[in-house]
Design a protein. Structure first.
Length: 486
């Protein structure tokens, strides 16, 4: 689209501007992403875009219109994102970018000459299609200077080898959240968190806006929620400035390329809310490239119960594979966007050598962690064989199949919660509710021949008889028995 045919002057004595309106309609079955070209001449100081689209009434059960938006610069729209300059999805109706500043979710930088593209993403389309209107304004003038990005440090003041609490799935106003980074950091501190991970939808533009929120008491990791049409995945703890593209579906067999990119950037691949029922949320890429999986997302729901059961089934499959298939650790995160979403509900509690990016990611990857509903819940979970060997969460108790083993769970901060011990044979122990003090100890005797692994759950009381209550905490497993790797 050229501005040569339609333009207007800006305010008297103000900067010269050119504006054009583009209208179109996308039918049902339109491509996932449609690119509207914009010719940007030399001398442009700022690009601003606003848009609107129709939202007709539709019958119950029929998707209505939802149209996402972003922009790519003169480097093009090729997969990989070399030309990526920002994405707001459906969270904003307008955005701008220039050298010194940009709308949250967009990258500042001079609008260089060439063909840019406004990216439209018809997320859902009503039967009659989605009609849209774009208004693009180019403002001329001196470009200004782009500030050098400043990123949070990759370490904070830790306690040596200890349990550290974190929330690795959070959204600020740099995507579809409503909180600033400073507000999120304040809520994280109030929740007793030691670390958090940024995870904006399909943009890394927030990375340079978190340094001021970090501190000696709070480690801030950088990442992205890669939000595809076939599921969402956390790029957790990637190098600053890492962008991960999301414009593909499972059938295109491209996810492996971007999972490898996340790993090269030092991050973890963590499928998020894999069984959520929102449009495009169900995970379709498999778990071969994953380092962990989110089984508890925000307030516990039936979707999370399904995720927990599916994760447990994969543990059983890993045991059956006799060491030839890796097991996948579980995580829990808040996915908090705005009030009243609670930062740190739930939180992943990680045993790490120190409060550094490397140590925290190592602990998550190894499964040395449990998930708790709040800072109040503390667990100690161990297995001790009668021959004196011991193992903790995420570890393996290397002992003979018939050696007696004592599994011990110490709990505080979980009043009236019942303990469940789950193994590859199912739930083999359900204890009475803890006292109102919330503290207690449960011990259980078994052997590796009887239970190949054991993990613990704390469940709130329920009025529905045998139906398990909402969790207060759950652990990754302790494996029992010697490895049988081939």
């Amino acid at each position: 689209m050229s501005f040569a045919a339609e333009h207007g002057q800006g305010p008297r004595d103000g900067p010269r501007q050119e504006t054009r309106t583009v209208r179109g309609t996308l039918p049902p079955g339109a491509p996932d992403f449609v690119y509207v070209p914009v010719e940007v001449p030399a001398g442009v100081r700022e690009i601003s875009v606003s848009y609107a689209y129709d939202r007709p009434s539709v019958p119950a059960g029929t998707p209505g219109n939802a149209l996402d938006i972003g922009i790519f610069d003169q480097h093009g729209t090729e997969l990989g994102g070399r030309g990526f300059r920002g994405w707001s999805g459906g969270a904003r109706t307008q955005f701008f970018l220039r050298a010194d500043e940009a709308t949250p979710g967009y990258l500042p930088g001079p609008p260089q000459e060439g063909t840019w593209h406004i990216a439209l993403g018809p997320y859902t389309v009503a039967p009659r299609g989605v009609s849209y209107e774009l208004t693009i304004t180019l403002t001329y003038g001196e470009p200004g200077a782009t500030p050098a990005p400043v990123y949070p440090p990759d370490r904070a003041r830790g306690r040596g080898r200890a349990w550290y609490r974190g929330d690795c799935h959070l959204h600020s106003w740099h995507s579809d959240g409503r909180r600033t980074p400073d507000a999120i950091a304040a809520l994280a501190r109030a929740a007793g968190l030691d670390f958090l991970n940024t995870s904006e939808h399909n943009t890394h533009a927030s990375h340079a806006h978190w340094a001021a929120a970090a501190g000696e008491d709070l480690l801030i990791l950088l990442g992205e929620e890669v939000t595809t049409r076939n599921g969402h995945v956390l790029a957790l703890g990637t190098d600053p400035g890492t962008f991960v593209d999301w414009r593909y579906r499972a059938r295109e067999n491209r996810f492996g390329r971007f999972a490898r990119q996340i790993h090269r950037a030092g991050g973890l691949v963590v499928p998020a809310h894999p069984y959520a029922t929102c449009v495009g949320c169900g995970w379709r890429f498999g778990f071969a490239e994953a380092d962990a999986v989110e089984v508890w997302n925000g307030p516990f729901t039936p979707d999370d119960e399904v995720a927990l059961a599916a994760w447990d089934a994969r543990l059983v499959a890993a045991v059956r594979a006799a060491g030839r298939a890796p097991w996948l650790p579980a995580m829990g995160n808040s996915d908090a966007h705005r009030d009243p979403d609670v930062v740190g509900l739930p939180q992943t509690v990680v045993l790490a050598d120190d409060l550094t990016k490397e140590a925290i990611l190592d602990g998550i990857r190894a499964g040395r962690s449990y998930v708790a509903e709040s800072r109040k819940v503390e667990l100690a979970f161990t297995a001790r064989a009668d021959d004196g060997r011991t193992a903790d969460i995420g570890g393996r108790l290397e002992t003979d199949p018939d050696t007696p083993v004592t599994v011990r769970l110490e709990v505080s901060g979980a009043p009236r919660c019942a303990v469940r011990l789950v193994t590859d044979q199912g739930t083999l122990l359900t204890g009475d509710p803890l006292p109102v003090t919330g503290t207690g100890v449960v011990e259980w005797r078994t052997t590796p021949a009887y239970a190949a692994y054991v993990r613990a759950e704390l469940r709130h009381e329920t009025a529905a008889g045998p139906v398990p209550g909402v969790p207060a905490a759950l652990t990754n497993p302790i494996f029992l028995g010697r490895r049988t790797d081939h």
